[in-house]
Design a protein around this ligand. Structure first.
Ligand code: F6P
Length: 505
């Protein structure tokens, strides 16, 4: 739980971060009182600990009603907020609702997110009609607002770190306004191959590439996403030099050079273990123990999100029960899938299909004293930590995923040498392939077999894999991940910045 301070003084700092979702979310009660909770998702989980205490300003959209009330109460929309590891200054941007919906739901989530994770139902979607063009204008406008806020917050000669696909136009807009600052852009999701990328209208895909290439340094979660991005640049006619590590450089006509590199985000295992030892998590463990009653525990923890492949995960568990009658009554599957992007019809339909599938499995297999699957849809971080700590098997089977931090958090807090079943299409598979059971996320028969294999794995093999998982998961914890980008950005800026300074694009 994080706290927020009251309206603070305007503070111009060298370090500015911009993202759609901020580090905390405000809620407002009927009497107008504000309370806060941690912003959800991987980007916030990474940047919170990376930035806290560094004296930076975090520019973010006011998303909830509470965020908007808090933003209006704060002087100049700025307030100091306390994160778990230190304070940051939050600059909230209030955007009118229809525009925000078009930027966030229609373009960012229903189009760019769907594209980068291969979520389109291709015979029907996408269709880029007139209303999409209008939404694209809204997306562009919101990016302008962010660029203006970054411009106002950044000190002379400062650094700006722009996050994610919501803000892909900001780097070029910012460079146009300010040539004295070093700009980094980091993408927290995958990047598709050129054929998939070409589904976007040419104007849109071209503007996104131009927008991102306004940065000095582009960061991706793993080399394969950086490589795909560079291939898309090539297909669009840019001159690209590929490096052996998957990264490379794009040479612009102006002579400016933009670097693309991978920074495989990991977790801070010590910090997570410390958190998992707190009384609220211990309480949740007791509740989980009462429910599991010494049965083997198969766990998943996700947002209720199409890319997480929860339906096929449940199919895999069902097949496992069908093929392994002796496991019935001895294994339980705990599914924590907390609500996400509830305004989108695709997510509403997906959530109800997930609930239906859980009911079907329970109806088919339940006995008087055993219910095979338990689904919880509330965001409950202590409960998630307790479940991951106790899991015999952790399923992480996204169709595609930039990294997937659950795959790294789970083994880090495990006191049960958890076996990780991991989709090969998660970025995390690049770091953990040797010690996880790696699966094709579309092959539910393989998943069923993997659950059996994981549950039957000898203790010594579990232990050695678990040890290696923690090493792989914590190779680049958030602070080091951010520092590595910061060091690279500064080095690039010093080496080429003077030259680049003269060139706006
Ligand atoms: O790129 C992924 C991301 O933007 C992360 O911040 C997080 O994992 C998730 O998406 C959160 O999405 P939203 O802000 O739409 O809830």
């Amino acid at each position: 739980m994080l706290g927020a301070g009251e309206g603070g003084e305007a503070e111009v700092t060298k370090l500015v971060v911009a993202s759609n979702r901020g580090p905390i979310q405000f809620e407002v009660d009927d009497d107008g009182n504000l309370s806060t909770s941690r912003g959800s998702g991987g980007m916030v989980a990474a940047l919170g600990p990376a930035l806290a205490g560094q004296g930076g300003t975090w520019v973010a959209a006011a998303i909830s009603d509470g965020d908007r009330v808090a933003a209006r109460k704060a002087k100049g929309g700025r307030r100091r907020v306390e994160l778990a590891q230190g304070a940051v200054q939050l600059r909230s941007i209030v955007i009118d609702q229809p525009k925000y919906q078009a930027y966030y739901n229609r373009v960012s989530n229903r189009t760019l997110w769907f594209l980068q994770h291969h979520l389109f139902d291709v015979p029907r979607h996408p269709g880029f009609d007139r209303s999409f063009r209008d939404a694209w204008h809204a997306y562009t406008d919101v990016n302008v607002t962010f660029a203006e806020a970054c411009e106002a917050e950044a000190d002379e000669g400062g650094e700006v770190y722009v996050q994610d696909y919501h803000l892909s136009l900001v780097p070029a807009m910012l460079r146009e306004r300010r040539q004295d600052i070093a700009i980094n852009f980091f993408l927290h999701c995958p990047w598709v191959d050129p054929d998939s990328w070409a589904m976007l209208p040419e104007k849109v895909s071209g503007e996104i590439l131009t927008g991102m290439l306004g940065a000095d340094l582009l960061g991706f979660l793993v080399p394969r996403w950086a490589r795909n991005f560079l291939r898309c640049c090539e297909a669009a006619g840019y001159q690209v030099d590929h490096a052996k590590d998957g990264g490379g450089q794009v040479r612009l006509d102006s002579g400016r050079v933009v670097s693309a590199r991978a920074y495989p985000l990991g977790v801070d295992a010590d910090l997570l273990r410390e958190r998992a030892a707190k009384p609220d998590v211990r309480g949740q463990r007791r509740a989980m123990r009462d429910w599991a009653r010494n049965r083997r525990l198969v766990v998943r923890v996700d947002r209720m999100e199409l890319s997480k492949n929860i339906l096929r995960g449940l199919d895999g568990f069902r097949f496992f029960l069908e093929r392994n009658p002796r496991a019935r009554g001895r294994v339980v599957h705990y599914v924590l899938a907390y609500a996400s992007r509830r305004d989108l019809p695709e997510y509403q339909a997906y959530a109800s299909e997930v609930r239906q599938k859980v009911d079907d499995i329970n109806e088919r297999f339940r006995t008087r004293n055993w219910e095979p699957v338990r689904l919880e849809a509330k965001d409950n971080y202590p409960r998630a930590l307790a479940a991951m700590a106790m899991a015999d098997v952790l399923i992480v089977n996204p169709v595609w995923d930039g990294m997937n931090l659950v795959a790294k958090e789970g083994p880090s807090v495990s006191d049960n040498d958890t076996v990780l079943i991991l989709s090969r299409n998660a970025g995390a598979a690049d770091d953990l392939a040797d010690c996880a059971i790696v699966v094709n996320p579309f092959d539910t028969a393989e998943l069923a077999e993997s659950i059996r294999r994981a549950l039957e794995m000898p203790a010594d093999e579990r232990a050695s894999r678990a040890k290696a998982l923690v090493v792989g998961a914590s190779a680049l914890p958030p602070r080091d991940w951010f520092d590595a980008q910061r060091a690279d950005l500064q080095a690039l800026w010093e080496a080429g910045g003077a030259k680049n300074k003269a060139r706006k694009h």
